[in-house]
Design a binder for this molecule. Structure first.
Ligand SMILES: NC(=O)c1ccc[n+]([C@@H]2O[C@H](COP(=O)([O-])OP(=O)(O)OC[C@H]3O[C@@H](n4cnc5c(N)ncnc54)[C@H](O)[C@@H]3O)[C@@H](O)[C@H]2O)c1
Ligand SMILES: [Zn+2]
Ligand SMILES: [Zn+2]
Length: 332
């Protein structure tokens, strides 16, 4: 079968690998779509993602496909089912797993990171991380369930209620998902700050954003109950804290460099009684994400900018493809 193998740092090649056989508790998935994200950029460049990837490995932690075979112990899935796979596999035994915070697991493994993922024709996954896609969710949209479920985890870490006014900083794929998600979770006003006028305007015209700010020229008011930082730069992290009013919550969702710091007025944290909340991956948030996609409360297809073949993945990861907001790879 055709597989795109990461063979070393910044090295990828198409290889003809043997189709895997599912173990007793595993499902074999015939991949239809795989999404590419910042984690893949990190892994391609030899940096860790949610876990370390050791080449040779097939990436593709965001994916959708059709069940091609099931192991002898698998219940609830049959050949032909449309599915998506939550990449993260938790140990269930460590302190964090045993205290209900599996995303912090000390022995995290992941499909498309520590074991082969969706950038090939067939891959296997334990049935416990495989989810059915209802007919209303296309296989293309289904491949974005994983990033959406990271955003869902982020909003679930906040206390959201209708009176709140929210600001999203970052007009990338994740920032735009948060715009729709905050609406779905009942926040009455969502504003968006970014640097690309077309994307800002699209979110105002189509996805219910009230005010847009281009941070290269506009000042963001200090007026928000909820601020979501979805860029990951020190400058935008500072802006996120500064945009708060009293009693606000700030979700630090963007991923900075491992040694990155930013400046924050700690008196303001005290005096405004701020909550600064981190967010890591997507524990048990696939069902909510699939429901949001199926109901149309989150519409991802207009946010997918590129549909590519396996041959073009390295170019995307090298930054040679212009204007990528969200790229999905169609696996034939
Ligand atoms: N916490 C998690 O579990 C998790 C999961 C997925 C992604 N992330 C992180 O979320 C962030 C966003 O992800 P993405 O896929 O949308 O990335 P992206 O690179 O597609 O988007 C970043 C966006 O930020 C915008 N931007 C750059 N400078 C800006 C500025 N000064 N002000 C406002 N906007 C600015 C860019 O226009 C771009 O659209 C990344 O840091 C990513 O690593 C975190
Ligand atoms: Zn991802
Ligand atoms: Zn664990």
């Amino acid at each position: 079968m055709k597989s795109l193998v990461l063979t070393g740092t910044k090295k990828m090649e198409i290889q003809d690998l043997q189709k895997p056989t599912p173990k007793a508790d595993e499902v074999l998935v015939n991949t239809k779509y795989a999404g590419i994200c910042g984690t893949d950029h990190a892994l391609y460049n030899g940096l860790p993602g949610s876990a370390n990837a050791v080449p040779p490995i097939v990436l593709g932690h965001e994916n959708s496909g059709i069940v091609a075979a099931v192991g002898s112990d698998v219940k609830g899935f049959k050949v032909g089912d449309r599915v998506t796979v939550d990449p993260n596999i938790y140990c269930g035994k460590c302190f964090y797993c045993r205290t209900g915070r599996p995303e912090l697991c000390d022995s995290l493994s992941a499909v498309g990171v520590t074991r082969n993922g969706g950038l090939e024709e067939y891959f296997t996954a334990p049935s416990e991380v495989v989810y059915h896609l209802p007919d209303e969710v296309s296989l293309k949209a289904g491949a974005t369930t994983e990033p959406l479920s990271c955003a869902v985890h982020g909003v679930q870490l906040l206390k959201l209620t209708p009176y709140q006014k929210a600001l999203v900083i970052g007009d990338g794929f994740m920032g735009q998902l948060f715009v729709q998600l905050l609406g779905a979770y009942g926040v009455h006003q969502v504003d968006l700050a970014g640097i690309i006028d077309d994307k800002l305007q699209l979110n105002k015209d189509k996805f219910g954003v009230t005010n847009i700010y281009n941070t290269t020229r506009d000042k963001i008011p200090s007026d928000y109950d909820v601020v979501i930082e979805a860029v990951g730069l020190p400058q935008t992290q500072e802006e996120a804290v500064e945009a708060t009013r009293k009693g606000a919550q700030v979700l630090m969702f963007g991923v900075g460099k491992p040694d990155q710091h930013f400046q924050m007025n700690t008196y303001e944290v005290y005096q405004k009684q701020l909550t600064i909340q981190g967010s890591f991956i997507n524990p048990r948030s696939f069902e909510d994400s699939i429901a949001l996609l199926a109901s149309g409360k989150v519409n991802v297809e207009p946010l997918i900018s590129h549909e590519l073949g396996l041959e073009q993945v390295a170019d995307v990861l090298e930054g040679k493809v212009a204007g990528v907001s969200k790229a999905v790879v169609k696996i034939d």
